[in-house]
Design a protein around this ligand. Structure first.
Ligand code: UDP
Length: 237
């Protein structure tokens, strides 16, 4: 496999992952551990941007209805990502993993506004940049926002942390002989309904701009560093 060390990567962490052993909220022990794992990547010379999801608190599509409009629901979803970004940044800093939370929704007293210039400057100073609020507009998920942000910040790859360590030729939970695929094409990932690693908008945007996505399990020792060196999971390109 490709043993190239990326200069800058975007790590997408969903709310479900941040909740760890809990049903909702944040598993701070797990996030501390993730901080140490991310530090290995930074120490290897790779700049790290993190897009956090918010599904551990709220997801727009699930909240909409019963009197809550879709735009309001998505705004609530974006606020949920803000809670995660603030908590993750604090927990990382507490672990001596220098991190800055920047937000795409305006909340001046809560977090600094995301700007391209500020993000690049923070990354150059060795900080992990954690982005809240997706891209700040409704009708999107943080997966799509992650791809958009990776393009904006010229990240070479999106590291999409999932519960499984990659994409399999069939469901590994049902079929013990399922084989992990090291690479698949965007075309396959989009057209095969059994492969549900990211929503189609995210895949489409990545495909259009040839931005590779690595699907991997972040909860194994060293796996974030391995993914950031192109040595883990399945690469969709
Ligand atoms: N969201 C949004 N615009 C964005 C990113 C997110 O409106 O650019 C909202 C959307 O409602 C989404 C919620 O924020 O459901 C939380 O993000 P997501 O569901 O992607 O979180 P994850 O599943 O990764 O935890």
């Amino acid at each position: 496999m490709d043993a190239h060390i990326y200069k800058r990567v975007l790590l997408k962490l969903s709310g479900e992952q941040l909740a760890g052993k809990f049903e909702g909220g944040i598993d701070s022990d797990l996030v501390s551990w993730l901080g140490k794992e991310v530090k290995k990547v930074v120490d290897a010379g790779t700049q790290v941007v993190i897009m956090v999801g918010g599904g551990n608190y709220a997801r727009g599509a699930q909240l909409a209805g019963h009197g809550i409009g879709r735009v309001t629901a998505d705004n609530i979803g974006m606020l949920a990502t803000m809670m995660n970004a603030l908590a993750v940044a604090d927990i990382f800093n507490n672990e001596d993993v220098s991190a800055r939370a920047l937000t795409n929704i305006t909340a001046d007293q809560v977090a600094d506004k995301f700007t391209h210039r500020r993000a690049i400057s923070d990354l150059g100073k060795g900080h992990v940049v954690i982005v809240a609020g997706g891209i700040g507009r409704p009708y999107l998920t943080t997966d799509t926002a992650a791809v958009s942000l990776a393009l904006e910040l010229e990240c070479e790859v999106v590291l999409k942390a999932t519960k499984v360590d990659g994409v399999y030729d069939k469901d590994p939970e049902q079929f013990p002989d399922a084989a992990k695929l090291h690479t698949i094409s965007f075309q396959e990932a989009v057209s095969n309904d059994a492969i549900k690693v990211m929503d189609k908008a995210a895949m489409g945007l990545a495909m259009e701009h040839n931005l590779p996505i690595i699907v991997f399990d972040a909860l194994q020792d060293g796996s974030i560093a391995n993914a950031a060196a192109g040595n883990a999971g399945t690469t969709i390109s």
